[in-house]
Design a protein around this ligand. Sequence first.
Ligand SMILES: [Zn+2]
Length: 224
Amino acid sequence: MKWLTRDGLIAACAVGAGTTWGLGWGGLALLGAFLLSGSLLTQLAQRQGPRRTARQVLANGGVATVAALFGAWSAASGAIAAAAADTWATEVGAFSPFPPRLITSGRRVTRGTSGGITALGTLGGVAGALVIAWLAHALAPRGAAPGLATLTGAGVAGMLADSLLGATLQGKYQCPACDARFERGNTVCHEPVQLTGGWGWLDNDGVNLVATVSGAAVALLGSH
Ligand SMILES: [Zn+2]
């Protein structure tokens, strides 16, 4: 497996099985569209990320799975729209000719910095949310999925939550010797990295989880 670690593969199977159990083949197809589009964009951007662990898989797909087990098309598709918006924003944003700016202060930051956004990446994120919203409509039983605007809004809300938390509360680390910045605390550069901002326990996986919860919540609220 190129994309997943061994435990990541097990987690992905659980997410797929739970979604299919709760929402049928349409739910699995929606999940598959998110995974496939994300992988294709990653390949287009010619990025070779590390294999996904179970923790990463569950951070992106756990909320959708729980919602699916309750038979909630609205919350599940909102969570998937948020995950897709986030992934598309990252991958499409890699093609931006301009470096990202921090969503909070507008300060220019280096590519890959948490909370950094580009106009192109944001457009890509909206497109990702729109694709999932449209597919959810096509795949869900009549009336089970919220409106296109609500679902797209759910995806965009998740993407914004991700950037806002990434810019503010997510843990940020630095090498004391060379000042290189890192997202993960258990990293050794020249020396073990030190926490320089945010909450040490809130990493990228935690932020992704909050983003998918936000997407699910907006979709739920918007469908009533
Ligand atoms: Zn260093």
